[in-house]
Each structure stands twice: as structure tokens, then as C-alpha cells.
Design a protein around this ligand. Structure first.
Ligand SMILES: [Zn+2]
Length: 87
């Protein structure tokens, strides 16, 4: 992880064991757990969304302004990080 790629950073999970990993997923590549060899399925897409030059999940484009406390809070969270208001 950390190299520049066009792939989307995803959370991958092995269905049987529940083991998880993060990887930049590209195309139809099959991803396997390096210890168990299980095939990993993408279960979540992480910010920032590809294609982007940013590797920062808290870059301005991934933040929103809370309508109650007016703080900048993460778009991918249901609740404001500061006042707890559910968006
Ligand atoms: Zn708030």
C-alpha cells in the first residue's frame, strides 16, 4: 500500500475466516490472503474515491459542513464528529 496507482482503495474480506485487508483494487484481479490463501472479496470502498491525486481521506473534497455546529466533518460518517448530529 502507499504506491501511486489508479486503483480504488478497498476493504477486502475472506468470507470463511472473516480476515480483512486493505488493497488498491484494479480490474478483475483476484486478491488472496497472504497467510491463508483465501480469496478476498471487496466489501467496502474507502475514501478518497478514485481517480484522485489525493491519498488523504480528510482532504477538503471529502469533508462536509455540519448544519448544526458548522464544523468540517467527514462525508463518509453518518454522524458529525464534533456534535454527533446524524446527517
Ligand atoms: Zn456538528
Amino acid at each position: 500500500m502507499g504506491s501511486i496507482t489508479n486503483g480504488q482503495l478497498c476493504r477486502l474480506r475472506a468470507p470463511a475466516s472473516g480476515r480483512e485487508s486493505l488493497a488498491f483494487v484494479e480490474g478483475d484481479t483476484v486478491y488472496r490472503d497472504e497467510q491463508t490463501g483465501e480469496e478476498l472479496d471487496p466489501v467496502a470502498v474507502l475514501l478518497p474515491l478514485a481517480p484522485t491525486a489525493s491519498r488523504l481521506p480528510r482532504a477538503p473534497l471529502n469533508l462536509r459542513i455540519c448544519r448544526r455546529c458548522r464544523q468540517l466533518t467527514a462525508r463518509d460518517l453518518a454522524e458529525c464528529q464534533f456534535c454527533g448530529l446524524v446527517s
